[in-house]
Design a protein around this ligand. Structure first.
Ligand code: 16G
Length: 253
């Protein structure tokens, strides 16, 4: 597509489909993904881009900074804004029972957890079913934003029976490290995977635009005795993660 046409509002703006910066952001993001804007292409300067797209410079700046946050554009001081080479996706095995921290360590990355909330609560109906608890039992919850090398990758809402994790305040970076130290790390897990579109605070925490698609994985993990001890709902950035499953003929149900 010719550059002038690529930025022309006819190509990207539809009334009633959300703020201009967001529509421009989505359009440029799709153009980069489709190769219409190739790696190392330099974007026109902000003023020119604003003229081509017929929007204010503030709108251009917001759309561009979101693409920079996503890692698809790069601002080089004194040189301009360029399309970055695609980041290799992280392959995450679906058949190995590893923790977030262990996966990142295997890739030479340092994982961090930002605690969004933790505490002891009465279990909701989903937790009662998943963890085999009654309505009067207690459940420990830890909600976290998980990052690797400062890049936010996932949101995880974990629930464990309170006798397994009596004090959720002790969870700093790795939940499984704590379970392992207590001899209660899970040895088996069942995961359910689906695709969801993010909006609001969840999208902002993961540095994604409203409506971005992510992978949702619900994990229930068990002790060797068969007792369920962890139920985690996780949202994983699909622009960074590729979940890989190995299939074998001798593994039929
Ligand atoms: C993984 C698990 C999650 C578990 C967490 C523990 C998936 C889909 N989910 O993210 O269920 O709670 O690891 O990691 O793999 P941590 O020990 O680093 O806290």
């Amino acid at each position: 597509m010719q550059e002038a046409l690529l930025f022309d509002p006819v190509s990207w703006y539809r009334a009633g489909r959300g703020p201009r910066y967001e529509q421009l952001y989505r359009h440029l993001s799709a153009a980069i993904a489709a190769g219409d804007l190739q790696t190392e292409t330099q974007l026109p300067p902000e003023r020119e881009l604003a003229e081509l797209a017929q929007v204010s410079r503030v709108t251009v700046r917001k759309a561009v900074s979101q693409l920079v946050d996503d890692g698809v554009l790069e601002q080089r001081r004194g040189a301009g804004t360029f399309v970055r080479s695609p980041r290799a996706k992280m392959e995450h095995s679906l058949s190995a029972l590893l923790s977030f921290t262990e996966y990142m360590r295997q890739r030479g990355k340092t994982s961090t957890s930002r605690i969004l909330r933790r505490g002891v609560f009465l279990p909701n109906p989903d937790e009662q079913v998943a963890l085999g608890l009654s309505g009067t039992d207690r459940v420990s919850r830890v909600d976290r934003l998980r990052s690797a090398d400062e890049i936010p990758l996932a949101l995880e809402w974990s629930s464990l029976p309170n006798d397994i994790l009596p004090d959720p305040e002790v969870v700093e970076t790795s939940l499984y490290d704590i379970l392992r130290a207590c001899g209660t790390a899970p040895t088996r897990a069942v995961q359910r995977i689906s695709a969801v579109n993010l909006i609001g605070a969840d999208a902002r925490l993961l540095n994604l635009a409203d409506g971005a698609a992510v992978l949702r994985i619900d994990r229930t993990a068990y002790l060797p005795s068969g007792r369920p001890i962890e139920h985690t709902r996780g949202l994983y950035r699909s622009d960074i993660y590729d979940f890989i499953a190995e299939l074998r003929l001798d593994n039929l149900p």
